[in-house]
Design a protein around this ligand. Structure first.
Ligand code: MG
Length: 160
């Protein structure tokens, strides 16, 4: 068996008048995230982890924010596209693990829905999807609530 590990990171500024979408789930909140697409930091980080593991570039190359086609895009389409590319290259996704950094809102009650959403999108069993959330303890831009960030890691496997 061959293995490939990938990591991905994304951050978006918080913004009034925008929806907060994390892992494909709309989170009730008085602010959202600024971005060209729906600014789903969780799915963007997951896409980059997948692309990185397979050596296929990054999300900015594939879906440039200068392209009007991706204005307000539902990031679930990026995940579907990326997963297809990874599979076409012969890889199977074994698991995904994400850590969301957000001072607000409290994500504890939303984590199960995010986990279910990721499992469906990535065609994984629930026990192959890790969703953690942490604050930044009031430190830096994330700690001030000016941004939300996410790290993602994936493992790909292929029969040698
Ligand atoms: Mg992004």
């Amino acid at each position: 068996m061959m293995y490939r590990i990938g990591i991905g990171y994304d951050v978006h500024r918080t913004a009034e008048g925008r929806s907060l979408v994390l892992g494909g789930v709309r989170i009730p909140c008085e602010f959202g995230l600024a971005g060209h697409s729906d600014a789903d930091v969780v799915l963007h980080a997951a896409c980059d982890a997948l692309l990185g593991a397979a050596g296929l570039g990054d999300i900015g190359e594939l879906f440039p924010d200068s392209d009007p086609a991706y204005k307000d895009a539902d990031s679930r389409r990026f995940v579907t596209d990326v997963l297809e590319r990874v599979r076409s290259a012969g890889w199977s996704l074994s698991n995904v693990d994400v850590t969301i950094h957000a001072e607000r809102p409290k994500l504890t009650q939303h984590k199960p829905r995010i986990k279910t959403s990721l499992a469906e999108l990535l065609d994984l069993p629930a026990d192959a999807v890790g969703v953690k959330a942490t604050t930044n303890e009031g430190l830096d831009a994330i700690g001030r609530g000016d941004a939300i960030a996410c790290w993602a890691a994936v493992l790909l496997t292929r029969n040698a």
